[in-house]
Design a protein around this ligand. Sequence first.
Ligand code: SF4
Ligand code: SF4
Length: 436
Amino acid sequence: MQSPTLDSQHPPEPKLIDACVHCGFCLSTCPSYRVLGTEMDSPRGRVYLMDALNEGEIDLTPAVVSHFDSCLGCLACTTTCPSGVQYDKLIASMRPQIERNHRRPLVERLYRQFIFGLFPYPNRLRLLLIPLFIYQKLGLQKLVRQTGIVEKVSPHLAGMESNLPELSLSTFQDTLPELIPAQGKQRYRVGMILGCVQRLFFDRVNQATVRVLTTNGCEIVVPPIQGCCAALPHHQGQEEQAKTLARQMIDTFANTNVDAIIINAAGCGHTLKEYGELLQDDPEYAQKAIDFAAKVKDVQEFLADIKLTTQLSPISTAPLKLVYQDACHLLHGQKISVQPRQLLKQIPNVTLTEPLDAALCCGSAGVYNMLQPETANELGSQKVRNLVNTGATIIASANPGCTLQIAKHLELQGHQTKILHPIELLDLSIRGIQVS
Ligand code: SF4
Ligand code: SF4
């Protein structure tokens, strides 16, 4: 029977819903439940809601929608659930239903349109960043943050502003050539995805990725016209936009003849690996999407697979204590947790430590910290306390969103702890440079 509120385009599948035995094991690992404490903001509560929507027992009211909006999409529940409930598939089918069948209030609609019209398009974002670059260079950012004026005007805008990292000239241009040869004997030919946030705010991570891959025998193809991988719109149910961006990405890598497509951002990697599901109804792209997704590898997954051939040197004279921050879309989304730790442990003098609640989301979750700033702030604050309590000198974080969120809360709590991508640490070690 068709639900009166949901449409027929892939509503949450009843057989996936029925797999939930309502045991509640997932509740304690759910970040939204931890902060909000309400059943309907837990995985179990949301599964109940999906069932009731499917059965036509409830409508897609603003209150119901708010319980789905509070979900970070961190997928911790998929790791915890003993019954194997595929909450990832359920929430992925629920979000587009909401966007198609629920009309949000005007201000919220405009704010969302602004986010989705801007962030997945690096060149548009670069234009906006020009005045913000000037704003930073004139020292206005510090002043504005001290007054807390943006927070008073709009907590959403404050959420956005507070995540703005230090901009540099590399923000405004792509720096990598189209083809980068392997150093020494070529073992693989790989494609590289630059990422939107990564290329604008963390060009140094892309540069380090290139050095680590090339010194380990990889020739790299960097198609010059690269858009967004679709992660931001995909995670928020903007399905048509996500499909368009995914098709463009597939076309960008057509005929590149690469062994693997490398990504160094956790959230992007998860969506790239889901292209098969995203484009399953597209007769022209369905098979292309499956073939593309099969080649996608997180850079750490790839390096652990092919094994490092380079010599690693210490990056500090004294023993160095690192804490690795699990990004949800690596840990829960791609089940990658061993490989980054294995790679980091190969650096001489390094010891790894584990934080309390390592598997709990930091609150970044794509654009969640802009859409739900209060919950995101609480989670960011808890995460930083747990990371700092390990006594580590450096935090290794493999997702730009997590890095921005953690850097913000480190600053708010007055800590100087460094935060680097694991690939940057490997790069320093290969080059024999001490971490400063
Ligand atoms: S989703 Fe899994 S862990 Fe959570 S209540 Fe249902 S069966 Fe239990
Ligand atoms: S995805 Fe994360 S926030 Fe959403 S229900 Fe699962 S554990 Fe909770």
